[in-house]
Design a protein. Structure first.
Ligand code: AMP
Length: 417
């Protein structure tokens, strides 16, 4: 046997139903909020992420599945969706073709990380993005969609945290204050933080090294350094969230690991999840579209990790088993007619199955039980001669002969109630 790669997973029957449930809920919500699906390739030019995600991020520095293809081009398996979404928005001038540039995507992402519970090398995200809208109400709407997803899935112990990291105007002041406050403590921080101080000081807030925490806890907060427009914007976001009765907490440490964020950032944490507790995260990225060669348009969005949503689903989430019929054949004549009936049921839009290998009635009935069939149709014997089929409602145990012409409608009535 050749095993699967470390950090990748088969999503097996029994588990896949939960995935389908999460995806169904996510799609329905996105569409309710006016988002349209887009599907972008899994492979992109490496350059897109170096420029988009940023070459000081861990994702680009340490985690990309990048390679040279047979044509000599530098290619990468996408580590996140936002740069691809921005590329597609620009490449296809979506703002011209769409009434509102609100798009969503579902699909696999790839990061060469150290696998652990909730962290994989191939994982899946729901990603939503909005372009060209600046009003704080859209920030609140995006956050509302994220929060509604968690509520719709019934995920317990979830917490919404928000922050504002400012803009190109005010962030340099905050960064300077941060470095000044660090002062002589900088050499006491870990190697990663020393590097962050050089490349992107805000990222020091992402540090998880316990010994660094007392120093980091004393550092200034970005919200105290916002310029007037950023402060007004952030206040607006909070006003809308309050009006919609969405509970949140400001987390000064929420700067997020990517370079492109401006103003609003947010995450939803799942406190039952353990170490990898961020179920989704996002924010505003007003400079990114331009930076990737597009018009000067703002952007905001989030990505939710589907693995983590599936893990966080409440115990006993009702996932309806498909309701199906099972056709049992008695004898060769019965089998010929049963096969005809099987096809008829499926053509009529009903889920129906039959056992092709086992010929004994008992074995077929056993199979019907295992499949949890709602209706069993027994074809053969005297009834066939009378032009009837025996239809059994498996929940009530009621059984009766039904004229052949009525079998499909009687079966439908049983399995669709
Ligand atoms: P990010 O793109 O890093 O902001 O991540 C957004 C969401 O994707 C996180 O909140 C997680 O739910 C999920 N996620 C990120 N990295 C991984 C990973 N390696 N394995 C599983 N889920 C992940």
């Amino acid at each position: 046997m050749i095993p699967s790669l470390r950090g990748t997973h088969d999503i097996l029957p029994g588990e896949v139903e939960k995935w389908q449930h999460v995806e169904r809920v996510a799609r329905a919500l996105c569409e309710r909020y006016g988002y349209v699906e887009i599907r972008t390739p899994v492979i992109e030019r490496e350059e897109l992420f170096i420029k988009g995600t940023g070459d000081t991020t861990d994702i680009v520095n340490k985690e990309m599945y990048a390679f040279t293809d047979k044509g000599g081009d530098r290619i990468t398996l996408r580590p996140e969706a936002t740069p691809s979404m921005v590329r597609a928005f620009v490449e296809h001038s979506l703002e011209q073709s769409m009434a509102a540039a609100k798009i969503y995507a579902l699909g696999p992402m790839f990061r060469y990380e150290r696998p652990q519970k909730g962290r994989y090398r191939q994982f899946h995200q729901l990603d939503i993005e909005v372009f060209g809208m600046n009003d704080p109400a859209i920030d609140a709407e995006v956050i509302d969609l994220a929060w509604s997803l968690i509520l719709a899935l019934g995920i317990p112990q979830a917490e919404l945290v928000i922050n504002s990291v400012g803009c190109a105007e005010c962030r340099p002041r905050f960064q300077a204050a941060l470095l000044a406050a660090l002062g002589d403590d900088l050499p006491k921080l870990c190697q990663d933080c020393q590097r962050r101080a050089q490349t992107n000081p805000l990222r020091i807030y992402d540090c998880k090294v316990p010994a660094d925490q007392p120093i980091i806890d004393r550092l200034p907060h970005s919200v105290d350094y916002l310029c007037e427009p950023c402060a007004t914007h952030f206040a607006g976001v909070q006003t809308h969230l309050t009006a919609w009765e969405i509970p949140w907490r400001i987390s000064h440490r929420l700067v997020r690991g990517l370079d492109y964020y401006t103003r609003t950032t947010f995450e939803v944490l799942g406190h039952a999840l353990g170490a990898q507790n961020a179920m989704l995260g996002g924010g505003r990225y007003d400079g990114l579209v331009k930076q990737l060669g597009g018009p000067d348009r703002s952007g905001i969005g989030f990505a939710a990790g589907l693995e983590r949503l599936v893990i966080a689903l409440p115990e006993g989430t009702a996932i309806a088993a498909p309701s199906r019929a099972f056709v049992v054949a008695i004898g060769e004549d019965g089998r010929t007619e049963a096969l005809k009936l099987l096809r008829e049921l499926r053509t009529a839009g009903l889920a129906a199955q039959m056992e092709f290998e086992a010929r004994g009635v008992r074995a077929q009935m056993k199979r019907a039980d295992r499949l949890q069939a709602r209706a069993t149709l027994i074809v053969g014997g005297d009834e066939l001669a009378r032009g009837e089929v025996t239809v059994r409602d498996m929940r009530t145990g009621d059984q009766r002969g039904v004229p052949r012409a009525d079998v499909v409608s009687v079966t439908r009535a049983i399995i669709e109630t």
